[in-house]
Design a binder for this molecule. Sequence first.
Ligand SMILES: *Cc1c(COP(=O)(O)O)cnc(C)c1O
Length: 476
Amino acid sequence: MRAHPAGPRHGEIPADRTSVVPADLNDLDPAVWPRGARRDHGVMTLAGNDVRDLAALYGTPLLAMDEQDFRSRCHDFADAFGSAADVHYAAKAFLSSHIVKWLTQEGLSLDVCSGGELRLALRAGFPPERIALHGSNKSQHELEMAVEAGIGAIVIDSFDEIGRLAGISERVNLEAGTVNGSTRRIPVMIRVTVGVEAHTHEFIATAHEDQKFGFSLAGGDAAEGVRRIVACHGLELIGLHSHIGSQIFDPSGFEVSAHRLVVLLKSVIADHPRLAASITTLDLGGGLGIAYTSADTPPPVDAMAKSLTEIVERECQVAGLAVPRIAVEPGRAIVGPGTVTVYEVGTIKDVNLDGGVVRRYVSVDGGMSDNIRTALYDADYTVVLASRSSTAPAARCRVVGKHCESGDIVVRDCYLPADLAVGDLIAVAATGAYCYAMASNYNRLPRPPLVAVADGTSRQLLRRETDDDLQLLETW
Ligand SMILES: *Cc1c(COP(=O)(O)O)cnc(C)c1O
C-alpha cells in the first residue's frame, strides 16, 4: 500500500486482487470473521448457530450479527481508553433499538447525526447526557430536539448553526424564566477541519480543507467560530472536535490532527482564559479501521488507544496545557467485524476473459441494495462457501447481486470452490457497518432481516421488509 501522511490508502488495493489464491478456501481468518464464527463438520456456525438453520428460519439474504462480538468490542474500546476517555459509538455505522440497549448496558456514549438517529436513541432509553449530535446541516427542529432532550453536546459545524443555537438558547431561557443569573447553557463542541486526510478513498474522505464539514483551521474560521460561540452567553464550549477520515490503520494522521487541535486550544485559552476550565474534551473523531480481508492489518485497539493517549499527552505537555479528556468515535471498528451477510447462490455463469482466463459470475439474492460499499467505494470483502466445506480447486469468481445494473457487485475478485452450486449459501464477512445503514429498496427489493446470534440462539433485531412495507408510501 502506498504511504500517506495519515496512513495506508485503502482505496488503492493492488489492481489484481485475485493474484493470491487462498491456501484453504474453507479457512475463516479470525481477524476477518466474527469472534463466534466457526466451522462445524464443514458448515459455518455463528455463535453456535448453523447458517443453514438461520437461512431456513429467516430466509436469505440475511445479516447475522454476533452479539458477543459487538459487546466484546465495546469492552475492548472501554478498557483500552480507560477512564480518561469517552468512547462514543458512531450510530451512523448501524443503529437499531437493540444496539442502543447494548450500548447503554456496555456504558458507551453515542454519536448521532440526524433527528432520526436521535429519536431512536432517546426512545430506546439511551441517557441523553451521553449523546452528541453531529451533522453539517442540522435543522432548527433537530437542534431544538437535542436541546430539549438535554444531550451531552452539540457539535457545531457552521456559523449559521451558532446563530440558530443562540436563538434556541434565548427562547429556552426566556420560557424557563432564567434570564438573570442562572442561564441554562447549551454544551457545544466546535468541529475543526484540521486539514488531514486520513483515508484512502476520495468519496469517504471528510477532512480536506476543500470539504463541507467543520470550521477551517488554516483559514481562521475555527478561531472566529470559537470567538462567536464564546460571545454567546447561552452556549458553553466544552470541546474541540475533529474527524479525519475512515478505515485508518496508522495513528500518524491523528498525531497531526491532535497537534493542530492542541495549538488551537492553546491560542483559544490565551484569548479567553476562562475556557481553560470549560473546554474539557479533545475529540479525535472516529475512523479506526478493520480487516475486510486478510490483507488488512489494523492495529489492535489497545495499541491505537495507547498511541492516541500518548499523542495528546505529549502535545499538551509541549503546549503547557492540562491534558483534557479524549473522546473517540468508533463506528465501523465496533459494529463492522461481528456481522456477516448470508446469501443463496442463484445463478452461476462463466465468462471468458482475454488470455483464456475464465471469470465465474456468482449471482446472489441480494446485492447493491444491501451492500453499496463495493460500488460506492470499491470496497473489498472476503467471501466463503458457508453451507458446507469443499476440497474442490479454487475458481476465480465475482459475486454479483440481482439488481439491474452491471455495477451491482458484492465482491469484485475472489476465489470460491469450483464445485460451488446453485442453492449453496455463501457468507460475506465484516458487513456490520455501513451496509444495512446504507441499504436501499432499489428494484423494490425488501431490506433483509438483521438477526442477532448468541449462545446457540438467534432472534431478529430487525425483520425482513414485506411487500406491504414497500407499498406503505403509495397513495394509490
Ligand atoms: C463517520 C463518523 C464517525 C465514524 O466513523 P467510522 O469509520 O465508522 O469509525 C465518527 N465520527 C464522525 C464525526 C463521523 O462522521
